[in-house]
Design a protein around this ligand. Sequence first.
Ligand code: HDD
Length: 754
Amino acid sequence: GLAAQMAANPNKAEEYGVGDVAPIPPLGATSSPVSALATASTATEINASPKVGKGQPVIGANPTNGPLDRVRVDAGNQVLTTNQGVPVADNQHSLKIGLRGPTALEDFILREKITHFDHERIPERVVHARGSAAHGYFESYQDLSDLTRAAPFAQAGKRTPVFVRFSTVAGERGSADTVRDVRGFAVKFYTDEGNWDLVGNNIPVFFIQDAMKFPDLVHAVKPEAHNAIPQASSAHDTFWDFVSLMPESTHMLMWIMSDRAIPRSYRMMQGFGVHTFRLVNAEGNSVFCKFHWQPIAGTHSLVWDEAVKIAGADADFHRRDLWEAIEAGAYPEWELGLQIFTEAQAEQFGFDVLDSTKLIPEEMVKVVPVGKLILNRNPDNFFAETEQVAFCTAHIVPGIDFSNDPLLQGRIHSYIDTQLTRLGGPNFHEIPINAPLAPVFNNQREGMHRQAIHRGRADYEPNSLGGGCPFQAGMKGFTSFPEPIAADKVRGKAELFADHYSQARLFWQSQTPSEQAHIVSAFRFELTRVQTPAVRKRVVSMLVNVNPILAEEVALGIGIDVPPAMPLASELPIPEYEHSPELSLMFRPGEIGIRTRRVAILIGTGVDAETTKAIYAALLNEGAVPRLVGTQLGKVATSDGSALDVEISSEASPSALYDAVVVQANALDDRNRVKNARTLEFLRDQYQHCKPMLVIGDGPTVLAKIGVHQADTTDPSFVHTGNQTLALALDTFIAALAGHRSPARETEAIPPTV
Ligand code: HDD
């Protein structure tokens, strides 16, 4: 209409266009522009992303877009200007006194440009510096108002926009993605009643029980104070020194030495709120709650050797994976599950629900699915969105409340506080990615970089000059759960916090043999990097309390005798459960088949063109990502006299970057060993990393070439057409790939590279 034509700035339609005249919708109104946008998105996981191939996101396709469009800038068809909007005639030359003379101080264009550049960096996050994020929405399966008045759960099908950031903890902003570490899983819900940040991890427990120890923990794990070595790794003395003096960390150590700490993808890991939280309903009744994110793609992890190689081959492995999946329309999805329990139930547990080093086994309290999280849009600008997003555990909304977990209590302070340094002042909530969709009215004023232009003179409450506004919301507003407490003010911890080993033991007992082997190897690796023998020994003395075989195996691997068990701080309670299958990564194979899985089809001279094309098409059809990998870019002559184009070389994308491999036995040329070394290494790594392999031709011959002399015929993930049709072989291969990898093969001895 007319208003749209009047828009003075196409990048700010919200301000100059129709959005300008739209009234601010009342709280909870169903016809607000925001909810209208929410229903406009019909994207599903399988639908193609509107962004693919067009280079431009469809404006308004995601509810978070509406408000952010206000600040999106597109330079298409525009002249270059200064920050003051002055057109710049020449962006190549500074202003000089004569062509060979000095530069004039008056060159405001040069000075503005250089000054801005000089101040481009902001401090990185003190932890979780490296991360990647995406937009999406949360959809509630049902009306949960009997449990909570939190807006996202108000009705079945309700969608709440979210921004989610995944991260590693220890590494600096430019460190590698696949290091052994906890992964952050932080979700910002832009709810009708303000922002709710669920700032979790991919591991349901934590290293320490009290926020008082957090700076110590982080100092210990970060690069060492004197030489800033090592980057993004816990495999060094200060970390193991600290944790072995803090036996409460034992349970968490089991998790981070497991494959949980080297996920295959952000899309393939669980997320946990970790702490016990409270849900509060409109009547003010409260239950305890733990939050779980379950990946629809299943939980998959790398193996250590693979993770190490990927760190070199593609340090952005997880960032790229998330980005590409969203661009391809394979939207990552998680189901939100709640463990709901009452205070009375909690008192019966053999552990304290306020202790973040403990989880609640799913056998005790089942996880009830309540909604779905879907990530369907990549950020437009990494800095503006991913770097400037500020997650704070203090950001809760009516219907959610804290528990007294002393770790959580300290976090409530830390996150807001750290943003003051990181984002430069108290108005970081006005940065577009942090601004709530819910309207903000209060009497806080001024501060660095204030964006809002508050009208009126009454910036205090109570007032009469401003009609008493903004007025208190009363019972409609956030009300802390009135938990009665009668206690002494003390420094200390509750009794059950002293059990450091029961759940570490439960975790160990719940792992498959191959997972246990990986945990042993991880402890061996880390402790071998540790230089101080006494620290190594102290760690093993902790492990004795977890499991004697674990302690023995680790001791053996680092060449020491098993030391006596570390003295217990308290007697261990009788465990509620001996085994909890959900704690194994194998528990959730996933529901997306082979979609998004990367398959290398190795091609070389003499390869059969028709077979190659058929396999490529079959994999593509299942949603996988096949790539024709050769020794170099260019054409490969096929057996029928035609040619195939190599998509990428094995040097540029080595084996570790693929989930599976297809190779034609007859195209493996062994006349030139050196030239073929990379291809053989490629296959050897695939084999060693237990990945599904499809050989066109005789499988055992190919195995022999990589030094494996006995074909493991019982291994369903090593498939060849020597004994079956291509169609049958492909089916088996695809099924194996859906199952990720074959732990059975791990015991195979592989002679060193020739
Ligand atoms: Fe934390 C960042 C998760 C304990 C203090 N934390 C941060 C992020 C995640 C977590 C995912 C990155 C958020 C983002 O993507 O921007 N942190 C956790 C979990 C914990 C935990 C699951 C235990 C259950 N953290 C914890 C404690 C403290 C902090 C006990 C301090 C007392 N965490 C911070 C921080 C960070 C942070 C210093 C760094 C950057 C930031 O907050 O925004 O405030």
